[in-house]
Design a protein around this ligand. Structure first.
Ligand code: ZN
Length: 204
């Protein structure tokens, strides 16, 4: 199982980090060891003083494929989840400034929150019209709609599959909207798609 993440897929988030809008989707990977284990808290790692939450809609691949055309992409996934792409922003900024890969800042142990709950995509009329949000200690900190994606899910699958063969069980993090921010010990993070609670995480 691999985790493929998309960076810079929402215009307002690109602005808040003062990044350039890319010509193509920005891709990076998280190793399988980055998955936060079920029912476990997230421990802030020693190497960062600025870990950010990034709530993201997840897509689970259920059919093997490469060079997938956008018009056929919907056949390759059946479920939608929600996750957090925890990011050591201080370390990422250092690596970015040197032109180095981001893995240490994005792929460390526990950095991938994946909802236990998954929803069949057929339950939604249009997956590019989904509200999703993140609450921190009961307050909404990120709130967006999948219609705001620069590249739609089918386009992402097509693009990703030009480089990386997709296999059953692979998970795609589709990018975070604006509102990312720092976490602190004892924070409680809760994610929602529409009105359905998808996960709850405690920070330690
Ligand atoms: Zn992200």
């Amino acid at each position: 199982m691999k985790i493929i993440c998309v960076g810079r897929n929402y215009a307002k988030h690109i602005e808040e980090l003062a990044n350039e809008k890319p010509e193509n989707p920005v891709l990076f990977m998280k190793p399988d060891t980055s998955v936060l284990l079920k029912k476990q808290p997230f421990f802030i790692p020693d190497f960062s003083n600025d870990v950010h939450y990034e709530v993201e809609v997840l897509v689970r691949i259920h059919k093997i494929g490469k060079y997938i055309q956008p018009k056929f992409a919907h056949k390759y996934y059946n479920q939608i989840g929600l996750g957090i792409d925890f990011t050591a922003r201080d370390l990422q900024n250092e690596l970015k400034a040197k032109g180095l890969p981001w893995e240490k800042a994005k792929g460390f142990d526990g950095s991938a929150v994946i909802s236990e709950k998954w929803i069949d995509k057929d339950n939604f009329e249009d997956i590019q019209q989904l509200d999703f949000s993140l609450q921190k200690n009961g307050e909404v900190v990120q709130n967006a709609n999948t219609s705001l994606m620069l590249w739609k899910i089918d386009e992402l699958i097509s693009y990703i599959s030009q480089f990386f063969m997709l296999k059953i069980g692979d998970i795609i993090f589709t990018g975070t909207p604006s509102g990312v921010g720092k976490i602190q010990e004892n924070d409680i993070l809760e994610g929602y798609i529409e009105n359905q609670k998808m996960f709850q995480i405690k920070v330690k």
